[in-house]
Design a protein around this ligand. Structure first.
Ligand SMILES: NC(=O)c1ccc[n+]([C@@H]2O[C@H](COP(=O)([O-])OP(=O)(O)OC[C@H]3O[C@@H](n4cnc5c(N)ncnc54)[C@H](O)[C@@H]3O)[C@@H](O)[C@H]2O)c1
Ligand SMILES: O=C(O)C1=N[C@H](C(=O)O)CCC1
Length: 252
């Protein structure tokens, strides 16, 4: 049998972390060598011989966790939100000169969500208007969701490349927040509702028609194939990758 890959999970007591612990334990080619919570020392990762660190913590912790992993030559598969341009810039700098180490920042591990965002971005070239509605459980601490931010960025890049102007909007009088927030020129609306897990709709409008691209995660098991895909492939993707689409062949 080939050697098992040593994996550690950070945020192991959280909703996602607990699911990731189960997924790693159930995978014959992976070995869970550490499962750390908020107050555990990161030195445990070194002692345990972790090769890949999965970070599913909170926006305030994730950057320091990833920095520790990279500085100790471990790959990092990151699902935690909060990776803005400034943080990504610092990470890119940290990775420079550490040619063998890979970091995957994946705003969403659900394969359907990754596909939906990619399809929506491509479709947005052909529609006058586009807005995003993201809907999540009310225990989520950040808004808008990392997935919505990423989708808006992909849409914005596609529309810029196609020479599409901003979505039309005649609003001149607005109660604060009524039109959602602006992410790279795309309006994003956040719903927090008991019973939901993670959902997103991209609404695309043209004269006399609408296309809606929706994805639903009904259970956190939906994220686990993507987590495992990241863990298994990160060693062959050195440097920084943003978005699980970087590990897929979407051909778009
Ligand atoms: N990429 C994806 O597909 C995906 C899917 C779901 C959630 N998320 C994101 O993952 C993150 C976690 O989500 P959740 O719903 O599991 O949250 P959660 O609050 O249930 O879990 C976070 C856990 O991390 C722990 N923690 C905080 N700092 C830590 C540290 N330094 N070391 C170890 N553990 C630490 C907390 O105590 C908590 O148990 C959020 O940012 C969320 O948006 C991403
Ligand atoms: O439950 C969460 O929190 C989620 N966070 C990610 C985001 O912000 O996009 C992914 C979906 C679930």
């Amino acid at each position: 049998m080939t050697e098992q890959l040593a994996v550690a999970v950070l945020g192991a007591n959280g909703r996602m972390g607990a699911e990731a612990v189960k997924a790693v334990e159930a995978a014959a080619d992976l070995k869970l060598v550490a499962a750390l919570g908020r107050n555990d020392s990161l030195d445990t990762l070194v002692d345990a011989g972790a090769r890949v660190v999965v970070d599913l913590t909170v926006p305030e912790s994730t950057e320091a966790n990833v920095r520790f992993a990279v500085e100790h030559g471990m790959h990092a598969v990151v699902g935690t939100t909060g990776w803005d341009a400034e943080r990504l810039g610092r990470l890119q700098e940290l990775l420079t000169g550490r040619s063998g180490v890979g970091v995957l920042i994946a705003p969403n591990f659900a394969l359907g969500s990754v596909l939906a965002s990619a399809f929506a971005a491509r479709a947005s070239r052909y529609f006058e208007s586009v807005e995003i509605i993201e809907l999540h459980h009310p225990d989520k601490v950040d808004a808008p969701s990392g997935t919505a931010v990423r989708t808006a960025q992909l849409i914005s890049a596609e529309r810029d490349a196609a020479g599409r102007p901003a979505s039309p909007d005649a609003t001149t009088s607005e109660r604060p927040g009524a039109r959602g927030c602006d992410v790279d020129g795309v309006r994003v609306h956040s719903v927090r509702l008991r019973g939901l897990v993670a959902h997103q709709e991209v609404l695309l409008g043209g004269p006399g028609e609408q296309l809606t691209i929706r994805h639903d995660s009904f259970d956190r098991v939906s994220f686990m194939p993507g987590v495992l895909l990241g863990v298994r492939n990160i060693a062959s993707h050195p440097g920084l990758t943003v978005g699980l689409d970087g590990y897929l062949d979407l051909g778009l």
